[in-house]
Every structure is written in structure tokens, then in C-alpha cells.
Design a protein around this ligand. Structure first.
Ligand code: HEM
Length: 535
């Protein structure tokens, strides 16, 4: 279907032609007619096309009544619970149709078959829509996250050595050392809260601390830089980072939304955009200096053979070492900033959600702690390597189950770049596709009757029975390149925390969650943290 902008242009050209060659339309009437044309077209898109002409109108739709303006969006927020219900209303469907703002249509692939076509066989037909890139404040250049087609394939290929399992394993000691800093900080915080004379049970906001820790880990494992945001949360770079990537407060979030909706919005010289621009400069300069320093170091040590244990293991170093000179400073900047965006909030949310779930499931928390203590009776310091971490089989089950029931990224979006077919259904060019990650992760058809329950034992010696049944990191050529990195990091942080502390929700405490890029607790996650003795 031709876009509204195209039809409007056609309408204006038509009016101008009439004006010139047939009849001189009075000025006010001319503009009135232009406006009328735009209104008619919008009305057609809103109230007529989706219900009477759309080729997608025959697809099953959620039973929930769409809001007159926001469509099904009013239901589709929160933790994806509605998506689950919609899929179960139509257990045999491959695709569903939902309505967005002003009845704009979106399709939802809800069967593994449809998901396979969109994420695997036609991964390069279903591209990331331009508004996704705009929502990231223009910080990202042409990194792998937003590259398409051949360019994407090439970028993945040259990045693979840095994300290969064999390399990521060698980062385990870094993850453990960084996690130890959080353990130390938490102990200090608990001691400080014990000194305060109050009859209130003290709580600690673990969400903020985890966000700082995962940033530190990313800087150290990604760029080889010790950042120490955990101890200095108010440093210049940390503030710049929060401003660009994690806008808080109502106004900031409205600006964030406007930015993604309106092309060029970030170039309007208003105070907020100027602040964002300065923040972007700070982040860029930091990444730029880090790359130049690494490259200089690399050139200095060229020719000197280093033993495996002496080599720098951070991602940037491996990119330079293995890149055979094909990286430019700009292309490295693009990739590093991408990792900082894609790998920070996601992992922070994963561990935050984990602590929330384990606070609600004390039996699982205790069993996990027992495993850690039994396997490593000599204490925390004796866990160092990737093999040590992987020897904890219950930890592995808990982490997989946490990522299944509560994926930090609940869904993502694609757009058909050309007319195509999915499960024999015609999909017109420009159609938006909502990928409901959570709905296949918790599908009763794929996981059985207890699919919605948190049960780590379901993984005991088993795998998911369908490759599309676990979509937390997506699947196919555009799946998360940082998956192994994130999994080992997640395990390192969780074992460090659960081995050393007991986490619980204070009696009567309720926690609200919100979805922006990731699913996170609104206003933090205050937990009662109690050190465990004897380890
Ligand atoms: C628990 C943590 C994580 C989760 C749940 C997660 C999830 C995802 C998902 C769902 C996507 C696909 C997004 C889309 O295509 O719309 C993705 C892509 C990506 N992730 Fe992750 N991620 C995590 C951690 C990381 C980490 C630690 C890094 C890097 C260090 C990373 C780097 C990337 C990159 C570069 C992409 C783009 C891949 C491509 O398009 O080829 N992620 N991630």
C-alpha cells in the first residue's frame, strides 16, 4: 500500500496542477483542500483499510478489544502476559494480527514454524525498522546491531573470533574478579546499615548496583579498561552514559519516544538535545582514546610473542589481534559502542530479575547456595575458571530457567523490506512484525502444562525441544552475538551473590516492573540482604 506521505504528495501535485491549468483555487480553499486530503487519507488508514481491504485482515486477532487510538498496545505492555494469553486463544495459528496506534497493523508470529521463517530463512527480508535505531539517541554508527544484508554478514564474520566460545571462556576470571568487588561493597553496605539505629529492616537497591557492575564488566572485558563505576557512580562518563542510554523521569522518556518517532528530532537545538550531544561526545571520546591506546600498544608489542596467559583477553584486543588490519578506528568505535548498548542493560536486567525471582523462591535460592558451598568448600576465592563455574549444574539449570521465564528483552521488532510470504500468508512490504520472545519461551504447547512456572529442574539433563522454544537471545543469523559472554557473566555474578548472601523481599514490599528496552523494576529493587556465614 502506498504510504500516506506519497499519497499526500500526489494529492498536492494534483491540486497544484488544477490550480495552474484549470482553475485558480483561492488561497484559503487550497490549503483547506490539502488538509482535507491528509485527513481523508489518515481516516482511510485508520478506520477503513485495516478492516475492509488489508490482506492481513483474515488473520486471527487477540480477543481483547483494541483501544480506539492505541489499538492493542494498551494490553501489550507489562511482562508479556497478554501476549501469552493471545497465543493460547489461537493455539493452531502461525501468525496473528494486532493493531497498533491508529490501527496500524502488526503481525505476530506465534508458532515455531512462522518464527523460523522470519528469524532464520528470511532473516534479511525482515529488517530492523528505522525507528529502532533512532530510539538509541544516534550514538550508534554502523555497528553490527543495525547493519543489514551483506554488510551484516561481513560484520558478524569479522567479529566472530572475539566472541568465539574459546575466547569468551578466558574472560571468566575477569567476571569473577569484578563480581568480587560487588560482594565487598554489599558487605560494607550491610555493615553500615547495621550501625544505623532504626527499627526498620534495612533494604539495599540491588538494581542500581547491578547496573554499575555490568557496566564495569563491559568496560573491562570489552575494552580492557578499569572503570570502577561501582565505587564512583557519579563520574563524568557514568553520567553521560545514563543520559544517553537510560533516560529516567517522565520528561526524559517522552523525549526518548519523540526521538524514535520523529526523524531528525535530535538535531533540533533545544537544551535537552544539546545535553545529549555533549554526553555523546564524552562517550565517543572515551571509546576513541581507548582504541588509540590499544592500537598503539598493539603496534609496540608487534613481533614479540606472548604466552597465552600474558595476552590481553578483552574483546577490543582480540578484535585488533585477529582483525588482520581490516578494522578502522571508526568501525571499531561503531562496534564497541554497540556492545556497550546491547550488553549492559540486558545483563543488568537479567541478574536483577534473577534476584527478584530467587527472593520469591527461597527453596531454589537455598538449593543453589548449598550446591555452591558443597562444590567449593574452600570458599569463594577458590572459584576462578570457566570450568569451575560450569561444574555447577544446578546453577546452570537456574540460569537457563530464569532466562526462559523472564527474558530481559520481552520482544523485538522487524519490518518486511519487500512483499513476501510467511507460512503462505502474504505479507506486504513495510509490515511491522512484533517478535513476542516471551510467548514461545512460555508456550504450553512447547513446554507443557507448567510452562509458566519457574522450575529449574525442567532442565535437568534436558534441552529445549525446539530451537525456537528458547528465544531469549533470539535465533538465526541475527541472534545475540554476546550470548556466551552474557551467560558466563550472569553465572559469575549470581554465584558470587548467592554464595555470599541471602536475598529476600521485605514483608509487604511490592515491586512494579516496566518495559522500555528491557524489562526492569520501576524505581529499583530494594531487597533485604543478609550475609551468610561459614563460607
Ligand atoms: C542477558 C543478556 C542479554 C540478552 C537477554 C540479550 C538479548 C539479545 C537479543 C534479543 C538480541 C536481538 C535483538 C534484535 O535483533 O532485535 C541481541 C542482539 C545483540 N546482542 Fe545481546 N543480549 C544480552 C547480552 C549481550 C552482551 C553481553 C553483548 C555484548 C557484549 C550483546 C551484544 C549483542 C549484539 C552485538 C547484538 C546484535 C547482533 C546482530 O544483530 O547480529 N548482548 N541480544
Amino acid at each position: 500500500m502506498p504510504s500516506t506521505a506519497f499519497i499526500t504528495l500526489l494529492w498536492i501535485t494534483f491540486l497544484v496542477a488544477i490550480n495552474k491549468y484549470i482553475y485558480q483555487i483561492p488561497g484559503l480553499l487550497f490549503y483547506g483542500l490539502v488538509l482535507l486530503g491528509i485527513c481523508c487519507r489518515s481516516l482511510y488508514n485508520w478506520q477503513i483499510h485495516p478492516f475492509y481491504f488489508s490482506t492481513l485482515r483474515g488473520l486471527p486477532q487477540p480477543r481483547a478489544k483494541p483501544h480506539w487510538l492505541w489499538g492493542h498496545f494498551v494490553h501489550a505492555v507489562d511482562d508479556g502476559q497478554y501476549l501469552l494469553d493471545w497465543c493460547e486463544e489461537n493455539p493452531d495459528a502461525d501468525l496473528m494480527r494486532m493493531l497498533g496506534m491508529m490501527n496500524s497493523e502488526r503481525i505476530l508470529p506465534v508458532s515455531p514454524r512462522a518464527m523460523m521463517e522470519i528469524l532464520q530463512t528470511q532473516a534479511y527480508t525482515f529488517i530492523k525498522p528505522p525507528f529502532m535505531r533512532r530510539s538509541l539517541n544516534g550514538i550508534l554508527g554502523n555497528g553490527v546491531l543495525f547493519a543489514e544484508g551483506e554488510d551484516h554478514k561481513h560484520q558478524r564474520k569479522v567479529l566472530m573470533p572475539a566472541f568465539a566460545y574459546s575466547h569468551i571462556k578466558s574472560l571468566a576470571p575477569v567476571f569473577m574478579e569484578e563480581s568480587a568487588r560487588l560482594v565487598k561493597l554489599l558487605r560494607e553496605k550491610v555493615r553500615a546499615s547495621e550501625k544505623v539505629d532504626s527499627d526498620q529492616v534495612p533494604e539495599i537497591d540491588v538494581a542500581r548496583l547491578l547496573s554499575l557492575l555490568t557496566l564495569d564488566i563491559l568496560y573491562r572485558a570489552g575494552l580492557g579498561i578499569t572503570f570502577n563505576a561501582l565505587e564512583n557512580p557519579d563520574n563524568e562518563l557514568g553520567i553521560a552514559y545514563d543520559r544517553v542510554f537510560s533516560p529516567t523521569g517522565r520528561t526524559s522518556r517522552i523525549f526518548f519516544l519523540l526521538q524514535s518517532l520523529i526523524p531528525g528530532f535530535r538535531f533540533i537545538p533545544i537544551s535537552r538535545n544539546l545535553k545529549l550531544w555533549r554526553a555523546r561526545q564524552t562517550i565517543n571520546k572515551f571509546a576513541y582514546d581507548a582504541i588509540l591506546a590499544k592500537m598503539a600498544n598493539h603496534e609496540l608489542s608487534a613481533g614479540t610473542k606472548k604466552a597465552p596467559g600474558e595476552k590481553d583477553v578483552d574483546i577490543l584486543s582480540v578484535m585488533i589481534d585477529e582483525g588482520n588490519g581490516q578494522w578502522t578506528v571508526q568501525s571499531m568505535m561503531d562496534q564497541l559502542l554497540t556492545f556497550l548498548v546491547a550488553g549492559h542493560e540486558t545483563t543488568a536486567s537479567a541478574v536483577t530479575l534473577a534476584l527478584y525471582h530467587l527472593s520469591l523462591n527461597q527453596a531454589v535460592q537455598d538449593k543453589l547456595r548449598d550446591e555452591i558451598h558443597a562444590k567449593f568448600p574452600a570458599g569463594y576465592d577458590s572459584i576462578k575458571t570457566y570450568e569451575d563455574i560450569e561444574s555447577l549444574t544446578y546453577l546452570n539449570n537456574v540460569v537457563r530457567e530464569l532466562l526462559r521465564v523472564q527474558p530481559p528483552v520481552i520482544g523485538t521488532i522487524r519490518m518486511a523490506k519487500e512483499d513476501t510470504y510467511v507460512t503462505r500468508q502474504f505479507i506486504p512490504k513495510g509490515t511491522l512484525v512484533n517478535i513476542p520472545i516471551v510467548s514461545l519461551n512460555k508456550s504450553r504447547q512447547l513446554w507443557g502444562e507448567d510452562a509458566r512456572e519457574f522450575n529449574p529442574d525442567r532442565w535437568d539433563g534436558r534441552q529445549a525441544n525446539n530451537v525456537m522454544a528458547f528465544l531469549t537471545f533470539l535465533q538465526g543469523p541475527r541472534s545475540c552475538i554476546g550470548r556466551r559472554f552474557a551467560e558466563i557473566e550472569f553465572k559469575s555474578i549470581l554465584l558470587s551473590l548467592i554464595g555470599n548472601f541471602k536475598f529476600a523481599l521485605k514483608e509487604g514490599r511490592t515491586v512494579e516492573f516496566r518495559t522500555s528496552i528491557t524489562y526492569r523494576p520501576l524505581g529499583g529493587l530494594p531487597l533485604v540482604v543478609t550475609p551468610v556465614s561459614g563460607w
